[in-house]
Each structure stands twice: as structure tokens, then as C-alpha cells.
Design a protein around this ligand. Structure first.
Ligand code: NAD
Ligand code: TYD
Length: 342
């Protein structure tokens, strides 16, 4: 199978590319990524000369580029490419609308024309909005996005849905809860807390610190996407989650304890506007229909993740200093493909 993975230099996308290449000896991955601030080729270190991995530096909003990549005989598209950070979307949502909505449409249309066999839209539980103290999102929960980020992801979901309904296009939507694991950009809660704790800096928690997220290790997410890619039913939505709810304050305490750092590093800061109080995902449909289940317990996954950031100080330093931005020139400069060479 030849897969087009978009956003494959980001956190989840790069983990998924590694997952696919190691699991399927005969699969080829075409990896299309714009390398925004969140795209980091150091996430793909070691794959530069992999015979079944080809990296394309480009924008999913570029119709010529997407069309040319698809013409290489792509069987399935997995769309991870997105602007993904809620706080940035609150400051300015224009890139979010462009990549998350226009970009998704710009993948859907040529994928339909090229008769792609499968299109996976990687969405998020945030399209469902916020929960009270009990209950969990199911696939039929109303779409009620609260942040500009979530609104653009919801818009893409609706476009994907319409393509299935109107054209019979073989698309599936996945909605996963908060991921954690290696290679996550340290603007997101988990890597921010870990890298700050390692550096002896304060751990900023918004508001009262009691906001709840439902955590899943990125490897379990990748395994779920793999399962859905191969066995999911077109037109369906699948929730993905590990039923691991935790308040942000509790996570900060666990990280500090693991690193032997004082709780006095925790600092409550000004709240995020419109901050969703609680997310919780019910993944029963995926479990029952496709037999998937998460394998990594939160405590084991958290410890491994802390260890990963501790042992990959160079990665952390390059991300914090911006040095990773020159990696493309160093590793790919000689092999850079221009559109005319595709
Ligand atoms: P990320 O921000 O780490 O990575 C996004 C990647 O997309 C980056 O490599 C970036 O360069 C690339 N990109 C951005 N705009 C692009 C464009 N116009 N063209 C091509 N590439 C572009 O994000 P992530 O955390 O890995 O999330 C991946 C996907 O999973 C997103 O669609 C996100 O909405 C979804 N998701 C994330 C989480 C989570 O907890 N991180 C949970 C559920 C769903
Ligand atoms: P984040 O990682 O941005 O993911 P999302 O908002 O998409 O769920 O944030 C996770 C939770 O952590 C959320 O409740 C906001 C909170 N948070 C903080 O308390 N401090 C921070 O510095 C950040 C980035 C997030």
C-alpha cells in the first residue's frame, strides 16, 4: 500500500510514519508537510534515506502539489496536517481556517477525483465542546466546538461527512482525546510541564488547574488509526480514547514527583479564554466494532515520556532555541524535490 500522510513531521504524524514503516514491510509512505513551527524533521531522524519513506516539503493548500503527489499512485490518505494549538487559535485563527478547513478540502477533492480507496480525517474530541463533571462523548454527541481551533476541525469534519454523503467518497473521521508521548512540541501541556520541570522552571497551570483532559499515549492512537485505516467502515466516525481522565494539577504533581522536584514550581496563571472544563471520550464503538484497545497504562506511559524528554535533551534544546528549523537544509538540502521533479 502507498500512503499519503500529511503533517508527518509533526508530533502524531511522525509517530504514525514510524509506526507504519516498522509494522508493514511492504508499505510506502509519502510524507507531505509544510514544516510550520510545529513541523520538525528531527522527529523523523533516521528516516532520511529510508527506501519506503519520501518526504515532500509543501502545503496541503497547494492544489498543484497535492495533485502531483496523488498522481504517484496513492491508495490512502491520512490527514494529520493542521494548526493544532488552541492558544494560538485564540490569538489568530486565520492559519487555522486556511490549513484545517481549506487544506482539508484541497485534499478531499483531488482524492475523490483520483479514486483514493480510503481517506482518514484525523479529528479531535474538541469538536464536541466541553463536558460537565460526568458523562463522556460518543460519536452521536452534538458538535459544539468552543475554540477557534475546534471550530475549524469541526468544519473539516462536516466537509468530510458531506463528501461521503454526496459522492460516496470512502472517508472516515477519527476523534481522539489528548495525546502525549515523544516528539510533542513543548507548547502543549505535557511536554511543557516536563521540560520546564527538567529545567527547574515554573509549571504554569491555567485558572485553578482543575481542568480535566482524557489522556492517551500516541502509540495507542497510532494503533487505533492503523486499525481504522484497514478495517473501519466508510462514512463512520470513530472516537479514540483510553479512558484516562486527569486534572492538569494532578499531572503536574506526578511529573514533579517523578523528577524529584518541589511542588512549589507549580504556578497558577491567568486562565485561557473560553477554556473547556472537561473532555472525556467513550471509545466503545471502536473497541466493539474493530477490537481495538489501548495497551499503555497512563503511569507507565507518563514515566516513559518523562524519560524520553530527559534523554533527548538535544531535541528539546533545538526546539526551544529554534535550531531544528535548519534541519531541513542540513539533511534534505541535497535531495529537495521541486514540483517539476515530482
Ligand atoms: P502538530 O502541530 O504537532 O503537527 C502538525 C503538523 O502539520 C506539523 O508538522 C506542521 O508542519 C504540519 N502542517 C501544518 N500546516 C500544514 C499545511 N498547510 N500543509 C502541510 N502540513 C502542514 O499536531 P499534532 O499534535 O501532531 O496533531 C496532528 C493531528 O491530530 C491534527 O490534525 C490534530 O488536530 C489532531 N489531534 C491532535 C491531538 C493531540 O492531542 N495532539 C488530539 C486529537 C487530534
Ligand atoms: P493543551 O495541551 O493546549 O491541549 P488542549 O487545550 O487542546 O486540550 O492543554 C491541555 C490542558 O492544559 C488544557 O486544560 C489547558 C491546560 N494548560 C495549562 O494549564 N497550562 C499551559 O501552559 C498549557 C499549554 C495548557
Amino acid at each position: 500500500m502507498r500512503l499519503l500522510v500529511t503533517g508527518g513531521a509533526g508530533f502524531i504524524g511522525s509517530n504514525f510514519v514510524r509506526y507504519v514503516l516498522s509494522r508493514y514491510a511492504d508499505y510506502e509512505v509519502l510524507n507531505l508537510d509544510k514544516l510550520t513551527y510545529a513541523g520538525n524533521l528531527e522527529n523523523l531522524e533516521g528516516l532520511e534515506n529510508h527506501p519506503r519513506h519520501t518526504f515532500f516539503h509543501g502545503d496541503i493548500c497547494d492544489p498543484d502539489l497535492v495533485g502531483d503527489v496523488l498522481k504517484r499512485g496513492v491508495d490512502a490518505v491520512v490527514n494529520f496536517a493542521a494548526e493544532s494549538h488552541v492558544d494560538r487559535s485564540i490569538l489568530d485563527a486565520s492559519d487555522f481556517a486556511r490549513t484545517n478547513v481549506v487544506g482539508a478540502l484541497n485534499l478531499l477533492e483531488p482524492s475523490r477525483k483520483n479514486r483514493i480507496l480510503r481517506f482518514l480525517q484525523i479529528s479531535t474530541d474538541e469538536v464536541y465542546g466541553s463536558l460537565g463533571p460526568t458523562g463522556a462523548f460518543v460519536e452521536s454527541s452534538p458538535i459544539a466546538p468552543n475554540s477557534p481551533y475546534a471550530a475549524t476541525k469541526a468544519a473539516a469534519d462536516l466537509l468530510v461527512r458531506s463528501y461521503h454523503h454526496t459522492y460516496g467518497f470512502p472517508a472516515i473521521i477519527t476523534r481522539c482525546s489528548n495525546n502525549y508521548g515523544p516528539y510533542q512540541f513543548p507548547e502543549k501541556l505535557m511536554p511543557l510541564l516536563i521540560t520546564n520541570a527538567l529545567a527547574g522552571l515554573s509549571l504554569p497551570l491555567y485558572g485553578d488547574g482543575l481542568y480535566v483532559r482524557d489522556w492517551i499515549h500516541v502509540q495507542d492512537h497510532c494503533a487505533a488509526v492503523d486499525r481504522i485505516l484497514h478495517h473501519g467502515k466508510s462514512g463512520e466516525v470513530y472516537n479514540i480514547g483510553a479512558r484516562q481522565e486527569m486534572a492538569n494539577l494532578e499531572i503536574a504533581r506526578l511529573i514533579l514527583k517523578s523528577l524529584g522536584k518541589p511542588e512549589s514550581l507549580i504556578t497558577l496563571v491567568k486562565d485561557r479564554p473560553g477554556h473547556d472544563r472537561r473532555y472525556a471520550i467513550d471509545p466503545s464503538k471502536l473497541k466493539q466494532a474493530l477490537g481495538w484497545k489501548p495497551r499503555i497504562s497512563f503511569h507507565m506511559g507518563l514515566q516513559e515520556t518523562i524519560d524520553w524528554y530527559r534523554h533527548n535533551a538535544a531535541w528539546v534544546e533545538h526546539v526551544r532555541s529554534g535550531a531544528y528549523l535548519s534541519y531541513y537544509d542540513r539533511m534534505y538540502g541535497q535531495r529537495q524535490k521541486t514540483l517539476s521533479e515530482l
